[in-house]
Ligand binder design. Structure first.
Ligand SMILES: [Zn+2]
Ligand SMILES: [Zn+2]
Length: 477
């Protein structure tokens, strides 16, 4: 079941609301603390109905496995798996040819299989980091290893039986078929735990069809991975001592197994909704995608709720909602303020636009959002030429207007500044800048001079006075 975010049609909807049935992306759901867990667990709530939603999985939003091949190769290169696979290969090579060595070697292989199987399971559950060597699930995993051994033995016995009954050619065909379906069987084994059910053709033959082309790609990759290091080693085997050959063979074998099991786990994760495999959101430890999510504050909640109303085209309702929010909470976030402003603009609510302008401009100026601030300032000025933001924002905007090739607008803004906030400590600087614009940009040295002389008269002891005198001489000359 795949749906897109109700608000962002190009994004996957990961959270579905039980009330309205809409799906939402992670940015659209409202994050609320469950309480008692110190913010560890969050409830993802519907931005419309405000009720907790349920997770429908990551299938759609995950990177497909063929786009992260490099990660599969590097998976064993972490301390835990690397030490394990090298150690096991080393002791296996040492034990070769010793009396009773085969028994110990079998146990070592079982340990490796156990670890790989846990890696598969963890990956399938969304944890893409290799398991620790002291992971308690490893000691509890005897059943899992046994299940796999049983599966392998059953497959082997069936092969021998087919060979004996139908001859060598039939056995080779059987071998090819088994190789093609073995990943399918292992995936079913992880989901189900029962080796006999994994060997049921109705199950293992259906799985590749449910996955589709992805299964074939995975299979080719596994095949390549199996033969590449093997043939490389075969080529050099003549030139290396037996022990080293044995050891390297073990290292490659273990490495291959880990990569292969990790890949199979990832395929299960990627296609979990097609395969009906349940994954808990809290188990996801995917370094690729999960970032730390905090509970939303009231302003963010309000912005998300407004975004929903906006998508529905309920502009009046959204404006009313924000007005009520403002009366109750007061605090605006930049996101909420921008949305409110956009709504007021659409509805042509000039009075409210001009009234909200200073709040938005403060937030934009604070974040140095130049283009947006100039745009909003222009909208407010269009609605009411007498409009004025707060002094801090107005001073910044005047500078930005000058910077962006609007000298007249800048002079108007500086004029507004000196008139509306005559006691502000930046007033002399505003005069000075206005004079500079008159002289440099508007080619009006007369006006510049009159402003500067007035400035010197009014603030003779100001820090800027020497600079002003210097500039005056420059014009006068
Ligand atoms: Zn809902
Ligand atoms: Zn969204």
């Amino acid at each position: 079941m795949k749906a897109n975010c109700y608000i962002h049609p190009t994004r996957d909807g990961e959270w579905v609301c039980p009330e309205c049935g809409n799906a939402f992306c992670p940015d659209c759901v409202i994050n609320r603390e469950t309480g008692g867990y110190h913010g560890q667990n969050l409830l993802r709530c519907c931005p419309s109905c405000l009720v907790p939603t349920s997770w429908v999985g990551v299938s759609g939003s995950m990177k497909p496995f063929w786009k992260r091949m490099d990660k599969f190769f590097t998976y064993p290169f972490h301390a835990n798996p690397l030490i394990l696979l090298v150690t096991i290969a080393f002791f296996s090579a040492v034990l070769r040819g010793m009396p009773m060595g085969w028994l110990l070697r079998m146990l070592l292989s079982a340990a490796m299989l156990n670890y790989a199987y846990l890696a598969l399971r963890r990956t399938a559950q969304g944890d893409l980091t290799p398991p620790k060597m002291y992971d308690e699930a490893l000691t509890a995993g005897v059943g899992a290893v046994l299940a796999q051994v049983v599966l392998f033995i059953l497959l082997g016995v069936a092969g021998i039986f087919i060979g004996a009954q139908l001859g060598g050619a039939a056995m080779i065909i059987y071998g090819i078929v088994v190789m093609f379906f073995l990943p399918s069987m292992l995936i079913i084994l992880v989901m189900d735990g029962n080796p006999f059910r994994a060997m049921n053709p109705a199950s293992f033959m259906a799985l590749p069809f449910r996955i589709g082309g992805g299964y074939f790609i995975m299979w080719l990759f596994l095949l390549f991975l199996m033969f590449a290091p093997g043939s490389l080693l075969y080529l050099v085997s003549e030139y290396v001592p037996t022990f080293l050959n044995e050891f390297l063979d073990g290292v490659f074998g273990n490495y291959y197994m880990l990569v292969a099991y990790h890949l199979m786990g990832y395929v299960l994760l990627q296609y979990h909704s097609e395969l009906g495999y349940d994954i808990d959101y809290e188990d996801m430890k995917d370094s690729d995608k999960v970032s730390v999510v905090k509970a939303d504050n009231r302003a963010t909640e309000a912005a998300k709720h407004t975004a929903f109303l906006f998508t529905e085209g309920k502009h009046d309702e959204a404006i009313e909602y924000i007005s009520r929010y403002q009366a109750l909470e007061g605090e605006f976030s930049r996101e909420l303020s921008e949305r409110y402003f956009a709504l007021l603009k659409i509805k042509g609510e000039k009075d409210k636009l001009v009234a909200h302008g200073p709040i938005l401009l403060d937030l934009l100026a604070e974040n140095n959002a130049k283009a947006k601030a100039l745009d909003a300032y222009g909208v407010c000025m269009g609605a009411d030429p007498g409009f004025s933001p707060e002094p801090g924002a107005l001073f910044k905007i005047a500078g930005w207007l000058a910077e962006t090739g609007n000298p007249k607008g800048a002079i108007n803004a500086y004029g507004k500044f000196t008139k509306s906030f005559p006691d502000n400590r930046d007033v002399p600087i505003a005069y000075f800048r206005a004079a500079q614009i008159f002289n440099d940009r508007l080619m009006n040295p007369k006006k510049a001079k009159s402003i500067l002389t007035g400035l010197l008269k009014k603030y003779p002891a100001h820090d800027i006075a020497p600079k002003v005198k210097n500039y005056l001489q420059h014009i006068g000359g």
